[in-house]
Design a protein around this ligand. Structure first.
Ligand code: VGL
Ligand code: ZN
Length: 202
């Protein structure tokens, strides 16, 4: 059985200068490239929203970015418009070694449902197909890195652990948004789900 490196959403819009910039988001790129050269399998995720996506504050009258709304599937943070399909901001960071990827999985393309996790949309039940890909390739150990620690990395890691994969998050190759304590809540949730946190010394 094998190990896969899963690189979450290392895209221009999540890096400094982007529409939903994660502080220092680009600092992780060289280290991720180095990990890729050692990895058995490399999978990239790409946040990929249609224009007018329901997770955008601009799609809701009177709402500002980072406010909450109630979606049919539960509470949802509203974001600045970001990672619009085909836009420059949706591109991978220009220094990321995308040539090494075996699979690029896009998510968030359903206009009505956001998708933080690489495995399930935010309704927690619509699958992306990644689980089947990993299982048919026999990849049962997952190392996760990328953006943002407290949203897409967190949701992906927790879902993977719940599905029975052995999951490690490499903290120094992730960066967080950290809205209202979301980062510490994310680590608590990941640890409760059985995700291994590898810190700055790991
Ligand atoms: C993400 C917010 C909205 C992420 C994606 O990649 O963590 N966060 N869309
Ligand atoms: Zn998004």
């Amino acid at each position: 059985m094998g190990q896969a490196l899963i690189v979450i959403d290392v895209q221009r819009d999540f890096c400094p200068g982007g529409a939903l910039a994660v502080p220092d988001g680009d600092a992780i790129v060289p280290g991720i490239n180095a990990m890729m050269s050692e990895a058995e399998a490399v999978i990239l995720t790409q946040d990929w929203h249609p224009v007018g996506h329901s997770s955008f504050a601009s799609s809701h009258d009177g709402k500002a970015p980072y406010e909450m709304t109630d979606m049919p599937y539960g509470p949802q943070v509203l974001w600045p418009d970001h990672c619009v399909q085909g836009s420059t901001g949706a591109q991978f960071h220009p220094d990321l070694n995308v040539d090494r990827a075996d699979l690029i999985i896009r998510k968030g393309y359903n206009p009505q449902i956001d998708s933080y996790s690489a495995f399930f949309e935010n309704d927690r039940k619509t699958p992306t197909g990644l689980e089947g890909y990993l299982r048919t390739r026999g990849l049962d150990r997952l190392v996760m890195v990328g953006l943002a620690t407290d949203f897409c990395v967190n949701y992906s890691a927790v879902d993977a652990a719940k599905l029975g994969f052995k999951v490690t998050v490499r903290e120094q190759f992730c960066r967080a948004i950290d809205l209202d304590g979301s980062l510490s809540a994310a680590w608590d949730g990941m640890q409760a789900a059985g995700v291994t946190r590898e810190g700055t010394d790991g």
